[in-house]
Design a protein around this ligand. Structure first.
Ligand code: NAD
Length: 261
């Protein structure tokens, strides 16, 4: 099993869903954790503290709204001050809005680009110098299958996720001769609040809840099963391991077969 004892991981958007699952896996592997995201941080902090207690890992939370570059800079300064920097950066915070492009609210476009794409640039540029100085680092961007293919109604999300994969390739190349790697993970459907909202929209049109879930999967995900946050956590641990050290600039699908079609 990968041991990350002595390493510090920052996972953006880790108070819920995929980010929380990844934070729990990293904590189980012994990493210190800087959590980020909205909502009830206290419960999440306690859960993570319980997991990495035996390794002596520390746990903190920074409430940065990652749509604001100044708050991201403040979070990285906190990481430097309280944890001695970030060794593993997981850019996970993200939002969704579904609407046809001609009706797409301009302010929703702007916030999706800021949260899902620009925040990845800011946290990467601010943590990379510290990783280079320490001679080791992992940058893992939670993109999506929507970084590789489109779906109707998701103009901003698809544009942002394609951008994340492009940025990942460039950072993967710029760090290629170092012990810092940068990769993207592309999940298919994962049953989190972000996706539950899309199921609820179907239920609101009169579809039975189980049928709504089945229809959502059947349209795109051949396995007809959701990817889970612990499965994503395990993939993050692999990318942090020595065995994963030559995976560079990749966009790694974990999608029940979505992109094989
Ligand atoms: P979620 O809604 O469960 O969690 C999102 C997290 O991001 C929460 O902790 C929230 O507080 C945080 N967040 C939102 N806006 C923020 C902001 N401005 N600043 C800081 N934190 C903010 O969503 P999820 O499904 O777990 O999604 C996590 C990531 O995975 C996203 O980037 C999403 O695009 C991606 N993803 C999700 C799926 C899926 O099926 N759920 C599939 C592919 C990719």
């Amino acid at each position: 099993m990968t041991t990350l004892s002595g390493k510090t991981a920052l996972v953006t958007g880790s108070t819920s869903g995929i980010g929380l699952g990844i934070a729990l896996s990293l904590a189980k592997a012994g990493a210190s954790l800087i959590l980020n995201g909205f909502g009830d941080a206290a419960t999440v902090i306690a859960e993570v503290e319980h997991l990495n207690k035996s390794s002596g890992g520390k746990v903190g939370h920074h409430p940065a709204d990652v749509s604001d570059p100044a708050q991201i800079a403040d979070m990285l300064a906190y990481a430097e001050r309280e944890f001695g920097g970030v060794d593993i950066l997981v850019n996970n915070a993200g939002i969704q809005h579904v609407s046809a492009v001609e009706d797409f609210p301009v302010e929703r476009w702007d916030s999706i680009i800021a949260i899902n794409l620009s925040s990845v640039f800011h946290s990467t540029r601010l943590s990379l110098p510290g990783m280079r100085a320490k001679g080791w680092g992992r940058i893992i961007n939670i993109a999506s299958v929507h970084g590789q293919v489109g779906s109707v109604g998701k103009a901003a999300y698809v544009a942002a996720k394609h951008g994340v994969i492009g940025l990942t390739k460039v950072v993967g190349l710029e760090t290629a001769t170092s012990n810092v790697t940068c990769n993207a993970i592309c999940p298919g459907w994962v049953l989190t609040p972000l996706v539950q909202k899309q199921i609820d929209d179907r239920i609101a049109t009169g579809t039975d809840p189980q049928q709504a879930q089945h229809d959502l999967l059947a349209e795109k995900q051949p396995s007809l099963e959701f990817v889970t946050p612990p499965q994503l956590g395990e993939l993050v641990l692999f990318l942090c391991s020595e065995a994963g050290s030559q995976v560079r600039g990749a966009a790694w699908n974990i999608d029940g077969g979505w992109l094989a079609q």
